[in-house]
Design a protein around this ligand. Structure first.
Ligand code: ADP
Ligand code: MG
Length: 330
């Protein structure tokens, strides 16, 4: 098993610096999710761990050892990509075995490994099939099994579920969490989807423009966002953020933390407005309230108001967040 560390790592493509002076420690055996908007540098970070793209400066350590001069195949890491590169002409068994054949593993040992791993990911019955006869989820499992057979201490996954439909994605998330428990290896999982990050991570590392914004377990990321970017990236709809009167500093509250009422309540934050839009989603309704001080999103479990109705938006003191003025630049 292995921890991963970045020490003052920068990465530039030509003169364009996409990772800036990054320090990060990824704990051994944890499920760490790197999340952030498209183009923020997540794939670049993974490729530096794998050794596919060396850093421009700084060092990358795996298991405490500087791997800067170690070839990708010798780092003890396996990478699973979004377009799960599996070979269409090979059977499931041949696909899984592929990594082993290259490593000159004996036939008996190979068969035992393939049997064990295919059982672990639910592919045992499908070993002789061609990938084209499998579902998207099963094909994704072939890619996983092919990574697993090399017994890496680190699994790197780059948006591995983004080609699957919504229902399957949810199921695969659960399977990956279980697989992580079973293997006890270090998982580094990249996604741009904050829901995926929240549901799977032991630790979330949130990036923007090549810079880490916050590193925390999901509940802390949600309850104590360190800045405006984090506050608005995690949670849907995003946190409402407004300016505080004359000071110009920022405050915020989550759509699910506000209460709507016809009469003014005694919350410290209370504004009168009109419901501009109402979106009924079944188990919840999302209202957009237009007020003199701005528009606010409010998420309610009951659908009690109609568009055009006058309401008060109230927020209890404990649910208000405050951000420093410097956060406005993020
Ligand atoms: P993410 O995976 O978060 O979407 P990437 O790590 O792929 O982001 O990309 C980060 C930035 O680096 C982007 O601006 C992208 O255009 C740039 N980039 C990535 N790979 C290359 C490359 N091989 N050559 C030039 N620029 C690249
Ligand atoms: Mg990417």
């Amino acid at each position: 098993m292995a921890s991963i560390a970045f020490k003052r790592v920068s990465k530039a493509f030509d003169k364009h610096e996409v990772i800036k002076d990054l320090d990060l420690t990824i704990e051994d055996g944890k499920f760490t999710v790197l999340v952030g908007p498209s183009g923020c540098g997540k794939t670049t970070l993974l490729r530096m761990i794998a050794g596919l793209d060396p850093q421009t400066s700084g060092s990358v350590l795996i298991g405490g050892k500087d791997v800067s001069r170690i070839a990708p195949g010798k780092r003890g890491v396996a990478m699973v990509f979004q377009n799960y590169a599996i070979y269409p002409t090979m059977s499931v068994r041949e696909n899984i075995e592929f990594g082993l054949v290259n490593n000159k593993v004996r036939k008996a040992e190979r068969e035992e490994l393939v049997e064990g791993i295919s059982k672990a990911v639910g592919l045992y019955e499908y070993l002789e099939r061609k990938p084209s006869t499998l579902s998207g989820g099963q094909r994704q499992r072939v890619a996983l099994a092919r990574a697993m057979v090399k017994k890496p201490s680190v699994f790197l996954m780059d948006e591995p579920l983004s080609n699957l439909d919504a229902k399957l994605r949810v199921q695969m998330r659960i399977e990956l969490i279980e697989l992580h428990k079973k293997l006890g290896a270090t998982f580094v999982y990249v996604t741009h989807d904050q829901v995926e990050a929240m549901s799977m991570a032991d630790t979330i590392v949130l990036m923007n423009k090549g810079v880490i914004q916050q590193e925390a377990p999901p509940d802390e990321m949600y309850r104590r966002p360190s800045n405006r970017f984090t506050a608005q990236f995690i949670g849907t709809p995003p946190m409402n953020v407004g300016e505080l009167g004359e000071s110009g500093s920022l405050f915020g509250f989550r759509p699910e933390s506000a209460v709507l009422s016809e009469a003014q309540g005694d919350e410290p934050f209370s504004v009168r407005g009109v419901i501009a839009t109402r979106e009924m989603l079944g188990s919840e309704t999302i209202y957009q309230v237009r007020s003199g001080s701005g528009n606010y999103m409010v998420k309610c479990s009951e659908d009690l108001f109609a568009a055009g109705q006058e309401v008060y938006v109230g927020v209890p003191a404990a649910k208000l967040h405050f951000f420093g003025e410097d956060e406005r630049r993020i």
